[in-house]
Design a protein around this ligand. Structure first.
Ligand code: ZN
Length: 55
């Protein structure tokens, strides 16, 4: 186990087109969040509502 600082984040993404929700774990990397998320099931790639929850 590590006691590393809060560079891990839980990201909740909601698609504004179809309403699908995703919960992902990401890392902060040089000012941006890297979750690996690419697109929604409906092919939406940019119209999302994103909540970040730092741990
Ligand atoms: Zn969608």
């Amino acid at each position: 186990m590590t006691t590393a600082a809060s560079n891990r984040v839980k990201v909740r993404i909601r698609c504004r087109r179809c309403g699908e929700k995703f919960i992902l774990r990401g890392r902060r990397d040089k000012g941006r969040i890297d979750t690996g998320f690419r697109q929604c099931l409906c092919d939406n790639t940019e119209d999302f509502e994103i909540d970040e929850h730092w741990e």
